[in-house]
Design a protein around this ligand. Structure first.
Ligand SMILES: [Mg+2]
Length: 160
């Protein structure tokens, strides 16, 4: 990821469901509380395993090592559950900003811009839904479509 050092992007933002994690084949707000850890893995009450894609921690650590600001933009209907997952999966501390609530993602990005002072042109966003990519691209944010979860190569190639 040496390209990160040359990158014009100052704030890197990620969606949650099907971008950073998979909640047993569904979305965070379709899981069943309460949640529990068994043998180091997170499960919901219906036995769904909630897990990060394999490269997530490596990607986030590298971004922080390169002094990049990081954020979350999620439109889940269950923000409290998403926050539990971030804590239990031990990635909450990697993020400088977290906008987690329902609504069009332009709302989330206007908040991110206001809080960080960083213009849309210096933000890059990763998400698995075309409607979000379309909405956020219209703001002027470089928005990258994610398939099968975030992975290291996708982040690397977009920083050059
Ligand atoms: Mg998603």
């Amino acid at each position: 990821m040496n390209g990160l050092l040359k990158s014009k992007f100052e704030l890197i933002i990620f969606d949650l469901d099907f971008t950073l994690w998979d909640c047993g084949g569904t979305w965070c707000d379709h899981t069943t509380p309460p949640f529990h850890m068994t043998d180091g893995s997170l499960y919901d009450a219906a036995g769904r395993k909630i897990e990060l894609y394999p490269d997530v921690r490596l990607i986030l650590k590298k971004l922080k090592d390169n002094n990049k600001l990081t954020g979350i933009a999620s439109r889940t209907y269950e923000p409290a559950w998403a926050n539990i997952f971030l804590e239990k999966l031990e990635i909450r501390h990697f993020f400088d900003y977290a906008e987690i609530y329902p609504g069009d993602k332009t709302l989330h990005f206007n908040k991110l811009k206001k809080k960080s002072g960083i213009p849309f042109e210096k933000m890059i966003f990763f998400d698995d839904e075309i409607r979000n990519i379309r909405d956020v691209t219209a703001l002027g944010v470089t928005s990258i479509y994610v398939q099968n979860g975030i992975h290291r190569e996708l982040v690397e190639e977009n920083f050059y």
